[in-house]
Ligand binder design. Sequence first.
Ligand code: FEO
Length: 168
Amino acid sequence: MISDKIRDILNEQINKEFYSAYLYLSMSAYFSEIGLYGFSNWAKVQSKEEIDHGMILFEYVLGRNSQVHLAQISMPTFDMSSPIEVFEQIYQHERSITSSIDSVANTSDNECDLATRNFIDWYLKEQIEEEASVSRIIAKLKAFGQEKSALFLIDRELSNREYSYPEY
Ligand code: FEO
């Protein structure tokens, strides 16, 4: 069993992960509409991973004999002016998710819930990877993204991303 505080913060995190999935899916649609199918693929794979993040939390809450409360998922909005703008927003979004995961870790510490503290460690590591991979794409876009031929090559590289279930 977990405390009400932990239950609530984990339910909030489930909502944020599903919102992330929605956000990436809408970005995938945007990239597809402007002909950047590799970027679209990257965002679609990310969307699937976010669903997995939500589902791992979902199973954890149920597995601790607690309650899942699924709240409304907000409509995703973002500035569609250019690929780099979108990726800058992705970076800010992931930073906010990192801070949200930090809050889960801190609350687990305060509640002396070592199992949840241990469980959330994987998410802390995952956030480091997500921020790093988005930063690398931003760096490439900043360096070469103005050139159409370079954008084409970055798009081709991002088309190689494949979905796999997270190694939780
Ligand atoms: Fe599930 Fe992108 O954090």
